[in-house]
Design a protein around this ligand. Structure first.
Ligand SMILES: NC(=O)c1ccc[n+]([C@@H]2O[C@H](COP(=O)([O-])OP(=O)(O)OC[C@H]3O[C@@H](n4cnc5c(N)ncnc54)[C@H](OP(=O)(O)O)[C@@H]3O)[C@@H](O)[C@H]2O)c1
Length: 218
């Protein structure tokens, strides 16, 4: 029988975590046990995986020595608190947040670009990945860079509300209904109404004049 893995998905109720679970199923990844993890707010609810209902557990209570792989997407502060501990318990963490992207002792990997760097995961049992815009840009540019040595890139990104998480997706949905009813929405997630609109910046501006999201691509 082929090798199987016990996999924890941290942030299982979120936009990214839910998609990861869907993709694990679609790709028939050899999951022996799936452990969907989220905050205490979601513990006891359930997710669907391979036709089964699996109960979500509280991340803060979870013992990572039961898993070989941990897919983390619950925000940088959550990874800061739990990813190193998970790694020490023997779980190999693939971290989707910005928390470990600038650490020299943790590999920052895009498989199509620098798969060889994965072996450095052994330092902390953690593999980081870049911002989503950076990943797709580098997959396209790597073969060009290999032959033409790119020295400067000017980038514009056009990002969907899904990049801001499930609260933003819900806000777009609710605001669409409000506007189609002829009323004015009251924004909560974004500074301005997002339905039938485009906002020309993402995240907060920093002292250098760029936004946090822009700096995530540098
Ligand atoms: N690398 C990439 O390509 C990429 C792309 C998109 C997003 N991301 C990153 O992925 C992360 C999640 O994004 P998202 O869009 O899925 O956000 P989201 O829809 O808001 O979901 C957040 C998830 O984190 C969980 N969570 C929040 N606080 C927690 C805590 N203290 N303990 C345990 N779980 C907690 C939430 O659980 P509850 O339901 O219990 O609150 C929920 O499952 C962010 O860091 C984002 O920057 C990375």
């Amino acid at each position: 029988m082929s090798k199987q893995f016990d996999v924890a998905v941290v942030g299982a109720t979120g936009a990214v975590g839910a998609t990861m679970i869907k993709i694990l199923e679609e790709r028939q990844f050899p999951v022996r046990h799936l452990y969907p993890l989220a905050s205490a707010r979601s513990a006891g609810k359930s997710v669907q995986f391979r036709g089964e209902s699996i109960v979500i557990q509280d991340l803060a209570e979870f013992d990572f020595s039961r898993t070989q792989i941990g897919l983390f997407s619950a925000g940088g502060s959550v990874s800061r608190e739990f990813a190193l501990k998970a790694g020490q318990a023997g779980c190999i963490v693939i971290d989707n947040t910005s928390e470990f992207r600038y650490r020299d002792d943790i590999p920052l990997v895009v498989p199509e670009v620098n798969a060889h760097a994965i072996s450095e995961y052994k330092n902390h049992n953690i593999i980081a990945n870049p911002n989503c815009s950076t990943i797709q840009m580098l997959v396209a540019l790597k073969p060009i860079h290999d032959v033409a040595d790119i020295s400067r890139i000017n980038v514009c990104t056009y990002q969907a509300v899904s990049g801001s998480g499930k609260r933003a997706i819900e806000e777009l949905y609710e605001q669409c209904k409000v506007i189609l009813d002829g009323e004015q929405p009251v924004p909560e997630v974004y500074p301005k109404p997002i339905a039938f609109n485009v906002l020309p910046h993402i995240d907060t501006f920093q002292e250098n004049g760029y936004t946090r999201e822009e700096m995530k691509m540098v």
